[in-house]
Each structure stands twice: as structure tokens, then as C-alpha cells.
Ligand binder design. Sequence first.
Ligand code: ADP
Ligand code: ZN
Length: 738
Amino acid sequence: MTQASLLTDDQEPIRVSVLLPMPFDMPFDYLVLPDSPPLLPGTFVRVKVSNRPAIGVVWDSLSGKSGKILPLEKLKYVDDVAPLPAMNEELRRFVDWVARYTLSPVGSVLRMCMPAVASLVEVPERTHFLLGVVPESLRLTPARQMVIDLLSDSVPRTASEVARLCGVTSAVIKGLSKAGALTSVQIAVDAPFPQPDVTITGPKLSNEQETASHAIRTKVQEGGFETFLLDGVTGSGKTEVYFEGLAEALKQDGAQVLVLVPEIALTSQWLERFEDRFGVEPVVWHSDIGAAARRRAWHAIANGGARVVVGARSALFLPFNNLAFITVDEEHDPSFKQEEGVLYHARDMAVVRAKLVNCPLVLASATPSLETRLNAEAGKYTKLILRERHGRAVLPEMHAVDMRTDAPASGQWLSPVLVEKIKQTLTTGEQVMLFLNRRGYAPLTLCRTCGYRIECPNCSTWLVEHRFKRDIQCHQCGYVAAIPSNCPECKDEDSLVACGPGVERLFEEVNYLFADARTAVMTSDTMTSPRDTARMVQQIADGALDIVIGTQIVTKGYHFPNLTLVGVIDADLGLRGGDLRAGERTYQQLVQVSGRAGRAEKPGQVFLQTYEPDHPVVQALLSGDGEAFMDAEGRARARYHMPPYGQMVGIILSGTDLAAVMEQGRVLAQAAPGVEDVAFMGPAPAPLARVRGRFRARLLVHTKGKVAVQRLISEWLASTKAVKGVRIRVDVDPHSFL
Ligand code: ADP
Ligand code: ZN
């Protein structure tokens, strides 16, 4: 029987609008029977989409705003309510907000709030046994007696637990159950999370730490929206300070807190510190947690059982119902910008969510982004400063190595000065970190005979040799091939040579120069699981390693007291082919790397190998005057109305047919509206002209003043003809220009 046939003649079904977690830019109408209980906005419901089952959320607005109201007979009925806690008004408004700002389909944003929803619905229940009434007549074998003794403590246990603990077969349990000696209950298997202990007190804070902590705690107590910029040098105790804010929030009944960290900063060390301070592990959220862990966390966050969540950017879309405090640690970190799907910046959107929730927020960094600095200067954010490292630790001494005069021998990458410093450091039993942000052995392999460079068949990139794994890889699309012995072009034998250094090549050089040192490479290739990573980190902390060679993965969140020398192999790397943030990003990254040196009693030294020792970034690092550098950077951007003084929007076109992609670009450019203070640039082939077999072109919109850029762009795109087979993506506030 269909639901429609349940209607009497004078009844009309009721429309509800349901937003689906799919790339649609509005909710769709569905029907419910007039006498069924009302479906309030936020309710999760099961519906059919093109005859496939789906779960959506009842949304506030009817789809009518698109101007297309479908007649009732075209609509389908809601199947039923899905067993998930309703999405609150605040999160719904957040979804709408993010969609409007990023010009993404609102359904795609909703999808981030309900990851793998099918698995969220099924909280499995399992049969557990308790002691029932043991009949007088029951013959009590020793096996039966053991089970009865075990269960007399009133703890429900599954059949397999009972069987294991008593060493009995399942037949024994079945027999007892049949006789009524055992009763059964169904229990959801997701265990609750242990609650943080707010009675533990943190360390005694220094004066400047206390001033910052006091400001944050006071606001957390008062409640209400306020953004703090916690600007403190590396090792100044920013983490301790925002922990105090967390502790204050957790004292409030049921209050929840969220800490966003760059994915790679979520280290075992951070988690241990958290555990020391709050007595339990936090609830962890990132893209790699398994389905069961994800379901457990998601439900606990919705029902309030999870009080503290630490996660990567996607944690921002979790269904908190009682959020009282947010921290974004390393707020300047580029990984907060999501570069696929919905292109959003988690730091910026965290500010929006805090505002909608009406709670305070801390943005912490040793090198705040220009965006955040500008907001602090404008008085929108409250600035809290930590000038000194904690305790007796001082900031490391910075040195430049001029590679034009102090060059390494040909085919080597360590300058004589740095080699000498490494030697000295090892003699004193201290540790060395060498930083080179390049995975693999060499970034480029070319043929000495014909000059051919090994390229990815799918992308306009060079393949990177990975000697540990004995292959060559594309870092864009993941293409892997064996290292050829002959040149693929001219077939010459043994003519291929590796060009430039990667960490594996540096490892070779270090092993040759310091054969006795215990050296390890830390990259995403060697740290493939949290356990591997934790083990390596422990080895460094225990002094079982002397030299660590790493990519940016080692730059964040670690505290190695005995590490006193940091060598930056190529300080200019981030500046090459630079976009508008190249200087800022390089500066931030090198401050982070340098910040690993001398974090405890022993002072640290940093050596920056550079071909441009006079570059403002290098000069800023040497002088330690980051303020002046960022001010100058800000002035330069202001002069040309670059972000954050003006706004940019990238339009990325892609498709398998290059001509179609360029045609779409021309169509868009021709239709560009003439608006004062807005420039439309392009189309031009993207620097990454091909990825995964798709050709790419870019346009860039640049606004100087206050322009409602979202409206301008959506009207522009809506007014132009779509060329078949071309995908158009909009990137509001782009960070990547590739
Ligand atoms: P940041 O987050 O600014 O890099 P951390 O919070 O990691 O700094 O602090 C650096 C080190 O100093 C950590 O080991 C931390 O436990 C310690 N520390 C900071 N402040 C204090 C304090 N007030 N008392 C004791 N130890 C502290
Ligand atoms: Zn590729």
C-alpha cells in the first residue's frame, strides 16, 4: 500500500523540504501524511532519490525559492525518520553560511556534517547476559556454576565474553538461558568516552602566560563570542595557555570544546600532554579514523558524551550541541585550507561557527597569518602575546650559510659549515634535525644523453624517484612505475641521472659523512601509521637517534629537549615559483622548523643554507624581527590590493578535451561583467596544466574594495553557457594557484 492511498478525499499531504548530502544547491520537497507527527527542521529522514535510498535532513526553507514548485503529484513521500539525533539550528545555519560563502552546493556542505551516513545509522546492538532466576531443579554442573558465579556481579556480558572468561562452550550458556537462569539484554556496542578530569591543575604559569590565560578564562566563563589571537614564539607555552581555556569550559556542566590542529600536528606527544592535563585521551577526529571509531565519536559528540574533540579541519562540521570554546592551533597552517570538494578555510569557518554558537575562540600561532594580523589590528580580534620561551629556554641562534661562497662539493648538499656544526653537535651527544621539504630521492630524473625528463603519463609533473621503495612516483596522482634502466626516449643504457636532492639522497650523504651516527628519515613515506610515527618520536626523545632528516612533517608539535641543531638544506625552496603568499609561508615554515631547536635547557642553533642571504625572508629569520617582515609584507600587499586587503576568487576549469576547456574559459571571459574595482583575468593554462588526464585552465577574479563577490560570481556563472565536458570549480580566497 502506498502512503498516498492512506489519504481521505479531503486530505492533502504536507510538503517538507529535505536537504540531501549530495551536490545539489537546494533542498527538495517531499511529502508526509497530514496526520503524521510533524517533521521538525533538523530531523534526519530516509527518502528515495532517483529510486535509491538516501538519508537527508529536514531543512527550514522550502525549495520554492528556486522558483520551481513541483506539483504534489510529482513528489515522493518521506519513507521514515532515521535514528540519528536531530541537527540543531546553529549547525544548519552554519551549513547554509559555508555554502553561500564558498559558492558550493549546500548539499555538499551538509555531506561534511554526516560522513558515511549509512554507517552512522547502524549502532550495532549485541546480546548481553545477566543472571536470571536459577530454578531449584536445575542441575548445577561445575561449568554452569562458574557462569552463575561470574554473572552474579550484575555486569552484562556477551556470550563470547562469558565463554572466554569461564572456559565453557556456548552450549552451556544456551542451556542456562533456556532454563531461565540467564536473562538477556540488548546493548549498543559503542562504549562511552571517559570524562576529562577537571580537578587536575596545570603548571604554574609565568606572568605573561597568566595574563593571556586569564583573558581567555574570563571570556569562557562569561560566554559569548570573541576571537583571541594568541601570538607566542615557539615554545612559549601557547598550548598550556589554551589548555587553561579548555579546563575552564569543561568545568561548565556538559560544555564541549573543539581543538582544531593541522593533521600532522596531531602527534602522540600532543595526546600525551593532553592526557597528563585532563586524565583521559581526547576524542580524536580526522579523515583516516575507521568507520566504528567515526560512528562512536559522531554519536558521542551529538549526545554530549564527548566533551573534548581534537581534530583536523573536518572536525569543524561535527554535530556539537553544547560547544563552549574553540581553539585553532597553528592557525597560519596551509593545511587548514581544504583543496578538494568544498574549498573552505577551516580557520575562517571556525570563526564563523564560533560566532553562530556564540562562544569564544582562540587562534594560536607563533607566526600568525596576515589575515589574522589584519583582523587583530582592526580590533576585531583580541591580541594576546607571549614573548618568551618557557623557563630557561631561549630562542635559537640563527645563521645563514651563503651557498654561493660556501658551496658543498658537487653532487652533495651539505655545506662545509653545516657539516662541521653537525660534527660538533654529535660530539657533545646532542641531536640534529635536517629539514628538506622534498620526499623521495630526487625531484627529477633526466637522460644525460638526450635530455629527456621522466614525466607522469597523467599529469604535467615530473616523476620523483623513491629509492627506498625502488620506484618512481607522481606526487599529484599517485602513479607508480619501476625505475627504468634505459632512457624511455633514446633507449640509451644507464643514461638516467637523478637531479637535485630529496630526503633520501640527503640520507645517503649523511650516512657517508657520519657513518657512526644513528640517522632516520621522517616523511609521510616512512611514517605511514600512527604507531610507526610514535615509535620514531619515542626513539628521538629517548636519544636512540642522532640525526633526523625530515620534511615538513617534523616541523610541528614536537618537543625534543636534546635537539640543539637544525639545518635547513634549502631555505629558498618555498620562494621559487612563488604565489602571493610564498614569502609569508616560507617564513612561517622556517620559524616552525627553527622552533624545534633548543627547546629545553640547552640552547639551539639554526643554519639556513641559502643562495639569497639578502632575501627579506632570510633577513627576517636572522634578525628575529618577524613583526617588521610581516608589516612589510602587509604593506606590499596593501599597495596592490592583494589579500587580505582585496579579495580573490579562482575559477578552475578542467576537462579531458583541451579545446573545450579553453572554449569555456573564453565564454566566461567574454561574459565577465564590467564592475568597478573588479578585475577578471584569464583564462590561462594552469601551472599544473594537466592532472589525472584532465587539462586545466584558470581564471582569476580580483576585487579591490568591498564588493559582494559571491553574488557577482554566481550571477556571472549562471549567465554563461556551459561547454560540455568541462567542470567549473570556484575557489573563494584561493591559497593554491596551481
Ligand atoms: P608552544 O605551544 O608555544 O610551542 P608549549 O605549550 O608546547 O609551547 O610549551 C613548550 C614547553 O614548555 C612544553 O614542554 C611545556 O610543557 C613547557 N611549559 C610551558 N609553559 C610552562 C609552565 N608554565 N610550566 C611548566 N612547563 C611549561
Ligand atoms: Zn600523475
